[in-house]
Ligand binder design. Structure first.
Ligand code: FES
Ligand code: FES
Length: 187
């Protein structure tokens, strides 16, 4: 019996990434946002550490909320606001991560940058426990959490301004949510 070729459903969509619109034709409906950002838009960040939602290295902001891009179907991100670590909004945190040596090998620096920015927007003055809790979803093989605490302090030194209203709806636990989509997005 001959095997027939399987035709995977594909759609065209528009992604809004870091303030720019990118039409992307022929996206397989199973493709993750991470795969499309890296393989179709040729972005080096976010990083791909595991592809299955376990390492946190693919962190982006989706409509202002942190999300693991490897767990978000690209079709669910269409026409929504996607901010990668390369966005200008993360500049202060990026400088702080570099200045504090919080990411020695650099692999997790992009996600750390997004996570610190999100934390400081919600909490202008997080203590060590809040910082460790907020960054607990990020797997880093190189740095100890003392460097993360220093990076947060540097971001404040460098003039990071918290948004007092940004905490609404994000939750107080500070954990990095690994998936932030509504089931209705997939309809
Ligand atoms: S790549 Fe590891 S959580 Fe997404
Ligand atoms: S700095 Fe190397 S994995 Fe985090």
């Amino acid at each position: 019996m001959s095997e027939s070729a399987v035709e995977w459903p594909a759609v065209g969509l528009t992604l809004r990434v870091d303030g720019h619109e990118y039409p992307v034709p022929q996206v397989w409906i199973g493709d993750s946002l991470l795969a499309v950002l890296r393989e179709r838009l040729d972005l080096d960040e976010p990083r791909d550490g595991c592809s299955v939602g376990e390492c946190g290295s693919c962190l982006v902001l989706l409509d202002g909320r942190p999300a693991a891009a490897c767990l978000v179907p690209a079709v669910a991100a269409a026409d929504r606001d996607v901010r990668t670590p390369q966005d200008a909004a993360f500049e202060i945190a990026r400088d702080a991560v570099a200045a504090s040596g919080a990411s020695p090998c650099g692999f997790c620096a992009p996600a750390l940058t997004v996570a610190i920015t999100d934390l400081l927007r919600r909490n202008a003055d997080p203590g060590p426990a809040a910082i460790r809790e907020a960054l607990a979803g990020l797997v880093c093989r190189c740095a100890e959490s003392g460097r993360w605490i220093e990076a947060v302090a540097r971001a404040k030194e460098f003039g990071f301004e918290s948004d007092a209203d940004a905490g609404a709806g994000i939750g107080d636990s500070g954990e990095i949510p690994m998936l932030v989509i509504d089931a209705g997005d997939l309809a």
